[in-house]
Ligand binder design. Structure first.
Ligand SMILES: [Zn+2]
Length: 201
């Protein structure tokens, strides 16, 4: 089983997702990119599509909070369950992997703390756009919430024309949060583009 592409299209084009617009050290996460990304999800095996498969074993152990994982080698999002898009919490995890898909699609190698910082900020921004309690339900760290709130405010008060540009102090707070709160190591993610069908199933 998997998720119908039509459900992913509506999710990525929903108001709560389209509102997300920021730039992280010149790497953009925008409603426009997320809208474009939606076109890469297809139920038919076409070249350059992104697949979604339900595979709890790959996502993490039963105690892991994570509900989805991006597989850059197979251009695939593995999800813990088929109903991931039915709740704001599940949707936020799916969105975080969509940000990794954008990074891979754009073929920009980046530091882990930048790649994860972008993904967690997008997830948090989405949760801020969701019903009250959603941020707490995921347990987003304080600094991540504050910076996402600030960027969201910046975007909304600049007439929603251009993405909110992160300041250096904001970058440092997100970077520290990724390393200290989430426990990521420094290093690089290799992104090589969405290459198409390598294995049919
Ligand atoms: Zn991530």
């Amino acid at each position: 089983m998997t998720i119908p592409a039509a459900d992913i299209h509506s999710f990525l084009r929903s108001a709560a997702v389209q509102d997300i617009n920021f730039s992280f050290n010149s790497h953009p996460v925008t409603g426009h990119l997320l809208d474009q990304l939606a076109n890469l999800f297809s139920d038919t095996p076409i070249r350059g599509r992104i697949r979604v498969t339900t595979n709890p074993a790959i996502v993490g152990g039963p105690r892991s909070r994570t509900q989805a994982a991006w597989d850059p080698d197979r251009d695939k999002i593995n999800v813990r369950s088929d109903d991931i898009l039915d709740t704001p919490v599940g949707s936020s995890y799916f969105l975080q992997e969509c940000v990794h898909a954008i990074q891979d699609w754009r073929s920009v190698d980046m530091r882990i703390q930048v790649a994860e910082g972008m993904a967690y900020l997008a997830q948090t921004w989405y949760l801020l756009n969701s019903p009250p309690g959603s941020v707490a339900a995921v347990g987003i760290p304080r600094d991540m919430v504050d910076v996402a709130r600030e960027l969201r405010h910046t975007y909304r008060t600049t007439t929603r024309v251009s993405p909110a540009v992160m300041t250096d102090p904001q970058y440092q707070r997100v970077r520290q949060s990724v390393l200290n709160d989430y426990g990521y190591r420094t290093g690089f993610y290799d992104n090589d583009g969405i290459r198409g069908i390598r294995r049919l199933r």
